[in-house]
Design a protein. Sequence first.
Length: 292
Amino acid sequence: MKKFKGIFPALVTPFDKDGEISPEAVEKLVENCLEKGVSGFYVGGSTGESYLLSAEERRRMLELVMKAVGGRADVIANIGVFSTKQGIELAKHAESLGVSAVSSVPPFYFPFSMEEYVRYYNDLADSVDVPVIIYNIPAMSGITFRTEDIQRFFSNEKIIGMKHTSYDLFQLERVLKKYPDKSIFCGHDELFLSASVIGVQAGIGSSFNFMAEKFVKIRKLITENRWQEAAVIQGEANAVIEAFTKVGVFKGVKAALKLQGIDCGECRRPFAPLEEGQIQYLKEVLEKNHCL
Ligand code: MN9
């Protein structure tokens, strides 16, 4: 079973001035992240504004990322949407492009039963040959997976991991201990060091788009047992994330990238653009914490 390790930016979807996906910016962003030492990319997640894109745009974004990466790193595609049928269509497309795994947020909007979620992930795993990664994100999906539920998903050996975007470190620790062979990703960047203490070896995050180097460094320092120094870097990252949560994380990520010279446009409406004062505030925090 493949085990993923390292830092995986949850890529933003770059837009040009007309609000269309910008192939140039995708290339630039991917290249920049690779230079910083990331292990792979997570495409089509919340950070990618995927639920504001058409299915055609989701496929196009993935195609552009696959081309830009050119086999130099793993690519995981989130294909989650409202129905099993739509999800499987996106999963098959992702598989045809050669992704390393598909991932899926549980189908949302309608409250399904846990039986239905278990069936969903098994149907998905049956539909493709690439491995499947579940996505535990209670705050956004409205669904809380209990550790017993995760056990039911993991009994299918094609379901090889989980993106844990939850502040429940107790559950994360239990899952890590029970499933040492599964790929468990920390999905909250601000928890990365704490999650590493209990055994996490991989992270998927929005802030890795523009400060992947901090998390690559944290991982290196941990292997050298230099936890105090790792905590200083995590502290810098957290000061930035704290500021971002005040203005909207995805808008903040795009603003940071622009300040770093990678113009990815603005988030799609109904997200409203940041005000000048907010951009100035982010700039100061980014400068103070060595991101600019
Ligand atoms: O992909 C991101 N999750 C969401 C991971 O945006 C829902 C995280 O990177 C968070 O944006 C970040 C801030 O809470 O940890």
